[in-house]
Design a protein around this ligand. Structure first.
Ligand SMILES: C[S@@+](CC[C@H](N)C(=O)[O-])C[C@H]1O[C@@H](n2cnc3c(N)ncnc32)[C@H](O)[C@@H]1O
Length: 232
């Protein structure tokens, strides 16, 4: 199937994938299954971000707050703000923050399309698995560029449209969902979740179009996600 010219069913499922309704009703299924499958990606990002002292960091599309809470717990002097457009995800993230008694992190509702923070407030930004859901990826990246201080950077990761079938099969083995047969899960990942996503090249082009410079991609072993670092 050509990802540029998707069938009607793929277009329909992609619209559902990108709706806030899905995250409000079924986000907990994603939250429960995916962390274990991509934990090394979060670890890699937390290691690479090397936050110095009192850094301010924004997590865009924070979901249940995995990377925000990891960064906050590893960098006690940094302040992490996570935003997500789904109230259910914000509640989940806040619940986990309280449970772990993490004080240097906060979660709130926010849309990547119009980020409600002043310009040049943050030293760094991070976003994992969210940009493919935004109605206009370049607009969201322009917003992230705006809220970063000059010299600030973004770590951005997304499901890789260019991932091989073998990579997707081994990914599925890490998070089987008992009520979805493997062939259906593979089809959904291949055509909807990864198929209607970004490749390394399209992600880099979107970052440059939004004004980022020194865009560099990184590889995380055994993880079918792209990971890119870019400077304001
Ligand atoms: C695949 S989840 C990833 C969540 C989290 N970053 C993680 O790694 O677990 C995508 C998240 O992006 C959020 N999202 C989608 N579109 C958004 C938008 N326009 N603005 C803010 N958040 C958005 C969804 O609510 C969802 O929580």
């Amino acid at each position: 199937m050509n990802p540029q010219n998707p069938s009607r069913i793929v277009r329909l499922l992609t619209r559902l994938r990108d709706s806030r309704f899905l995250w409000d009703t079924m986000g907990s299924i994603y939250n429960r299954h995916i962390y274990g499958a991509v934990s090394e990606l979060y670890e890699h990002i937390a290691r690479e971000m090397k936050l110095s002292g009192h850094s301010y960091v924004l997590d865009v599309g924070a979901g249940r707050g995995y990377i925000s809470l990891l960064l906050a717990s590893r960098n006690p002097r940094a302040m992490i703000a996570g935003i997500d457009y789904s109230p259910m995800q914000v509640r989940e993230a806040e619940k986990h923050r309280r449970k772990r008694n993490i004080a240097n992190c906060s979660f709130g509702r926010g849309n990547a399309m119009a980020i409600a923070f002043q310009s040049a407030m943050f030293d760094a930004a991070v976003s994992v698995g969210s940009i493919k859901h935004w109605p206009d990826g370049v607009q969201g990246l322009r917003e992230i560029h705006r809220i970063l201080k000059p010299g600030g950077y973004l770590m951005l990761s997304e499901t890789d449209q260019g991932a091989s079938d073998d990579a997707l099969r081994s990914f599925i083995r890490r998070f089987r969902i008992w009520f979805i047969p493997d062939f259906l899960l593979f089809w959904g990942l291949r055509h909807v979740i990864f198929g209607q996503s970004y490749s390394e090249q399209t992600l880099i082009a979107a970052l440059r179009a939004a004004g980022f410079r020194e865009v560099e991609s990184q590889r995380v072993p055994d993880c079918p996600y792209t990971l890119v670092r870019a400077l304001k």
